[in-house]
Design a protein around this ligand. Structure first.
Ligand SMILES: [Zn+2]
Length: 347
């Protein structure tokens, strides 16, 4: 089968299109095999190419966490889907038996693995996953849109709904609009009734975000974000900050956070080490939270939103599988607004 792979870590020159890989077989009785039609890129894919501490790959490693396609084969114990069903995949695979899974915290599973990072990925013609990792989607949702949906929306849903518990009327500041998680968070926070603030270094991205419903836009090049937030809120600051940028934004994120504020982080794309003044944290009674991926219940919730069309991911661009390196270069550039998708159906 065809796939986008790496043999070792490094820069994007390591990416290699292959058409000689074996089609994966079902191993467990509740496995399903999905014929992938579209896959989508996430920042995680760049980390995998460069190398993630503690994660080992084998040569011919198939990249990609997000994918959508058609059920091609099912194990004897599978009852939830049938051959021919259109499905979207949950990129996180858990054992669904440990104490974390049993209490609805699949991302904390002791055996947790993500497609493309710990297991063969989605930028391939076929992927085998447990049946609990796929949910059906109706024909009116395109497989390109569906592929662009899971990882970013699942991550954003857990941050906004489960962790920050954003309420109607609250002020929510989202750092670095344009990436998949930030855009999904914008849509989810707006539908919760929040007043949403977004930041970017690009006026074009801020304009796009405003068209999607952002209430307040801040260009990080031209304004001091924390000072501007305080000025526009009568010194109160915002209720919630969503920050997955890390080093470059952390200080001004905290500077924007009001009393009893909650900050949720899902990553540090600009660097991992941040500084927090503990005196401001206790005095303002902040809650600083981590979040990653989402549970099976959260996956069901977001796919419900996709089925009805209430949540649809913006797609930046679509590349054929043979142009996988160009797709990764687009992601690495940071110029994209929305998801970069790879069309796996086209050679
Ligand atoms: Zn578990």
């Amino acid at each position: 089968m065809r796939a986008l792979t790496i043999d070792e870590h490094g820069d994007l020159d390591q990416l290699r299109y292959r058409d000689d890989l074996p089609v994966p077989e079902l191993t467990a009785s509740d496995d399903v095999r999905v014929r992938i039609r579209a896959a989508a890129l996430n920042h995680l894919d760049l980390w995998v190419v460069r190398g993630v501490p503690g994660v080992r790959i084998t040569p011919g490693w198939i990249l990609g966490s997000d994918g959508a396609g058609v059920i091609d084969a099912i194990g004897p114990a599978v009852t939830s889907v049938h051959v021919g069903d259109h499905v979207v995949m949950n990129p996180g695979v858990s054992d669904r038996t440990c104490e974390y899974c049993r209490t609805g915290d699949n991302p904390l599973c002791l055996a947790y693995g993500i497609l493309g990072e710990h297991r063969p990925g989605t930028i391939a013609e076929y992927v085998v996953v447990p049946s609990a990792n796929v949910l059906t989607i109706p024909d009116h949702v395109s497989l390109t849109t569906a592929a662009a949906f899971p990882l970013a929306t699942l991550t954003a849903w857990r941050m906004v709904v489960t962790r920050a518990r954003v309420q109607s009327g609250e002020d929510v500041l989202i750092r670095g609009i344009g990436g998949g998680v930030a855009l999904a968070a914008l849509q989810i926070a707006k539908s919760a009734g929040a007043r949403v603030w977004v930041t970017s270094r690009s006026d074009a991205k801020l304009e796009h975000a405003r068209a999607m419903g952002a209430d307040e836009t801040l260009n990080e090049h031209t304004v001091d974000v924390a000072r501007e937030v305080r000025a526009r809120t009568g010194k109160r600051g915002v209720n919630v900050v969503l920050d997955c940028v890390g080093e470059a934004t952390w200080t001004s994120s905290l500077g924007s956070l009001g009393k009893r504020g909650r900050l949720v982080t899902c990553g540090g794309t600009s660097g991992p080490h941040v500084q927090t003044d503990v005196r401001r944290m206790f005095w303002n009674q902040w809650t600083l939270m981590g979040s990653t991926m989402g549970s099976d219940a959260e996956f069901e919730a977001i796919v419900g939103e996709l089925r009805t069309g209430r949540l649809m991911p913006p797609v930046d661009s679509v590349y054929p599988l043979t142009a996988g390196r160009e797709a990764f270069a687009r992601l690495e550039s940071g110029d994209q607004f929305g998801k970069v998708v790879i069309d796996v159906a086209e050679p």
